[in-house]
Ligand binder design. Structure first.
Ligand code: ADP
Length: 390
């Protein structure tokens, strides 16, 4: 069984419903479609309301907006929001990401170039190194950076003031952020998957912007199959537009949309090959679970982070899988979606012993333990005192 599954588990590199960017061409395309102001930003109503209040309050006090932390899966509009905040306050946005800032000097270089009220957007902020993080604390709190000159006995610390700014941090993994880092954000919000109505509104506006002639039912079909993610909705619109040009008369109709999505192997729920492989791995290799994420990743030949950040959130949100203390478990919805016969968990456990084999045998560790370890790691990180308070 393992062999036959392994053979089918060939990862499509060009993952059409993958919420991460496909590259510069897609970025250019998305850039043109990016909402510029709160009023144009579709969905996330409660988040937008809170941010709008923070922006208005800051403007009236002539202060920069509070630091904002946005957490949630990729492709939902975190970068877009950083630009919108900057536009609303009439400031510039400076974009970087955690892994790119390898040394304190990288960050200091950016911080000292900021003008009053500018927005510094740091994507994947959970991946900042401890050293860089410590430069960020006094910058966020007191708008200053402390740099050390010389070494050993001659070492001196020099404090450089910087312009008051707003840090917008984005992360797919709030759990990996240190306590001191999290505590320095005035606003910390989860960004949710979009409902089909919001995605339909986005698609309708974008079809108009791109001068694509699209029928209403076709846009609804796309909205339902975009995994709750605007970046995917935009990508599918582009694919269907191309398909309509080549296979039809350029008009995006429902049959054209369905054929284009079928060609891309995107099913009625918006799941692609990789999503289905995830479910098939849990069900066919691990008897429906519970199974640790490391074991699933190893079987699929995929990074654990990719599964956790990109694939799982949508499957969890739509109840295809659940997370238990022992590991991931496929639900009845998943079995039915794949056209497989559902076995209740009791039967799974008694039938083939998978409850124990999978939770502990394959990986030697259940999810509960993994999480405990992750928390323990963060607690250790949390012990680090911010610079200046030592
Ligand atoms: P993230 O930073 O969360 O990965 P992005 O901000 O890069 O996501 O969003 C990807 C693309 O999706 C944007 O360039 C934009 O075209 C589109 N988009 C995101 N959120 C919205 C929204 N609320 N309304 C309209 N388009 C959106």
């Amino acid at each position: 069984m393992l062999m036959s599954i392994a053979k089918t588990i060939v990862m499509p590199r060009d993952r059409i419903v993958g919420p991460t960017s496909d590259g510069p061409e897609e970025e250019r395309f998305n850039y043109a479609l990016r909402p510029q102001r709160f009023a144009q930003y579709v969905g996330q109503e409660s988040l937008i309301r809170k941010l709008n209040i923070a922006v208005q309050a800051a403007r009236s006090r002539k202060e920069p907006v509070d630091h904002v932390l946005l957490h949630g899966p990729p492709g939902l509009g975190k970068t877009t929001l950083a630009h919108v905040i900057a536009n609303e306050v009439g400031a510039q946005v400076h974009v970087t990401n955690g892994p790119a800032l390898t040394k304190g000097a990288d960050l200091v270089g950016i911080l000292t170039k900021l003008s009053f009220g500018d927005v510094l957007f740091i994507d994947e902020i959970h991946r900042l190194s401890a050293v860089v993080e410590e430069y960020l604390y006094p910058a966020m709190e007191d708008f200053k950076v402390d740099i050390t000159l010389d070494q050993g006995a001659h070492a001196r610390t020099m404090t450089i003031p910087i312009q008051p700014f707003t840090l917008v941090g984005a992360t797919t993994r709030i759990g990996l952020l240190t306590g001191p880092m999290r505590g320095r954000f005035g606003i910390s919000e989860h960004i949710e998957f979009y409902d089909p109505e919001s995605l339909h509104q986005i698609l309708k506006a974008n079809a108009k912007l791109l001068k694509v002639e699209a029928e209403g039912p076709a846009l609804w079909e796309l909205a339902r199959r975009s995994r709750g993610t605007p970046r995917i909705a935009n990508r599918l619109l582009r694919r269907v537009r191309d398909f309509a040009t080549v296979e039809g008369d350029g008009k995006v109709t429902l049959p054209i949309t369905k054929s284009a999505l079928e060609l891309a192997a995107i099913d009625g729920q918006g799941l692609d090959d990789q999503d289905r492989q995830f479910l098939r791995t849990v069900i066919e290799v691990y008897g429906g679970g519970p199974v640790g994420i490391e074991a699933v990743a190893a079987t699929m030949g995929e990074e654990r982070d990719t599964l956790e950040d990109v694939i799982e959130p949508y499957l969890l949100q739509n109840a295809f899988v659940t997370r238990t203390r022992q590991g991931r478990r496929a639900t009845k919805v998943a079995y039915e979606h794949l056209g497989l016969k559902w076995k209740p968990p009791q039967q799974q456990a008694n039938g083939d012993g998978s409850l124990f084999d999978n939770a502990n045998g394959a990986e030697g560790i259940g999810r509960g333990e993994e999480e405990t370890r992750e928390v323990a790691k963060n607690d250790r990180k949390d012990d680090r005192k911010p610079r200046g308070t030592r």
